[in-house]
Design a protein around this ligand. Structure first.
Ligand SMILES: NC(=O)c1ccc[n+]([C@@H]2O[C@H](COP(=O)([O-])OP(=O)(O)OC[C@H]3O[C@@H](n4cnc5c(N)ncnc54)[C@H](O)[C@@H]3O)[C@@H](O)[C@H]2O)c1
Length: 317
């Protein structure tokens, strides 16, 4: 029996970078939050701003095991997102995506909760068409070092659509492109945090390849607005829907911009490109714009400014 009339929202992976911002936004919107995390790469510090809120609850739990709780909505974010983390235990990465999806979809089926999957642009692999629309099936190596993440996420999408078709579960699938902002891990090899930490420490800035490969970077507040909007959208809008910032730039330009914003005298140094690294990446967000009325608003300089300020505070602490 429900006593309170607040929405009971489960966020898996809620102690991570995006999950912690999502918990904060959902609490501010008046929801009751159950945050579930196994702390594989998330940290409690990310939740310092919400931990004391009476409408926030934190549970240590691994989504590869079943979870029995009563909820109205589920945001399934649990999965290490950076190559350093997801490649350090690749079998667990696939299990988290696949068993995690099965367990969370089972929970959604039993509780009749609506469930959103944090999928990824990595389902497109090293894309042969550019920018990538949702209709593109991708170009993914099934046996490489990135496959535990890419194929795990692809299988999770399959499970979401089959639970929808077979069991009528209300699903939402969002394909997230590179997102950055405060609370990124300082040492997980993601390009924005890497460059900022190196620049602030006065170290050389490491570019893999010649830096001509491109990426598009979405500020975390924009992304969180988008996924909350997607959850609230009509049931017929199930996705997959690309979410990211279509402003594309080369990795070399990004390094130079971060260097200019951080100041200091770091040099750019070039190292060999890792295997299966995509050469270009830019979301086609026409569907999110047309069907959801969503598009990113925060410009790169503003977003980088917030992120640099966060890392400066962390390094001073
Ligand atoms: N950040 C991005 O640019 C990006 C891009 C595409 C997709 N995504 C997806 O968004 C989600 C969140 O990404 P993030 O950047 O916040 O990553 P993150 O690594 O900061 O957070 C992931 C969280 O999931 C938790 N987790 C991992 N395995 C778990 C398990 N088995 N059970 C319970 N918790 C577990 C981790 O401890 C961590 O707190 C991920 O699913 C990721 O694949 C992120």
């Amino acid at each position: 029996m429900r006593i309170a009339n607040r929405n009971r929202v489960l966020v898996t992976g809620g102690a991570g970078f995006i999950g912690s911002h999502l918990c904060q936004k959902l609490l501010a919107d008046g929801n009751d939050i159950l945050c579930v995390d196994n702390f594989y790469c998330g940290v409690k510090d990310n939740l310092a701003g919400v931990a004391q809120d009476p409408h926030f609850e934190l549970m240590r739990h691994d989504v590869t095991f079943p979870l029995y709780v009563e909820v109205d909505e589920i945001y399934n974010l649990a999965c290490p997102a950076s190559p350093v983390h997801y490649q350090s235990n690749p079998v667990q990465t696939t299990k988290t995506s696949v068993h995690g999806a099965i367990n969370m979809l089972g929970l959604a089926k039993r509780t009749k909760a609506r469930i959103l999957q944090a999928s990824t642009s990595e389902v497109y692999g090293d894309p042969e068409i550019h920018p990538q629309p949702e209709s593109y099936w991708g170009h993914v190596n099934p046996i490489g070092v990135r496959s535990c993440y890419d194929e795990g996420k692809r299988c999770a999408e399959t499970l979401f659509f089959d639970y929808h078709r077979q069991h009528g579960v209300e699903i939402k699938v969002v394909r997230i492109f590179n997102t950055y902002g405060p609370r990124m891990h300082p040492n997980d090899g993601r390009v924005v945090s890497n460059f900022i930490v190196q620049a602030l420490n006065g170290e050389d800035i490491t570019i893999y390849g010649d830096g001509s490969q491109t990426r598009s970077f979405c500020y975390v507040d924009d992304l969180v607005d988008g996924i909350v909007k997607m959850m609230a959208s009509p049931a017929a809008l199930i996705g997959p829907l690309n979410m990211g910032n279509p402003a594309e730039m080369s990795i070399r330009d990004l390094a130079e911009k971060i260097l200019a914003l951080c100041g200091g005298r770091s040099k750019l140094v070039f190292k060999p490109l890792p295997r299966d690294d995509p050469k270009q990446r830019r979301p086609d967000i026409a569907q999110a714009r047309d069907r959801l009325g969503w598009q990113p608003r925060v410009g790169l300089e503003d977003g980088l400014g917030e992120t640099i300020a966060y890392f400066k505070r962390q390094m001073a602490a």
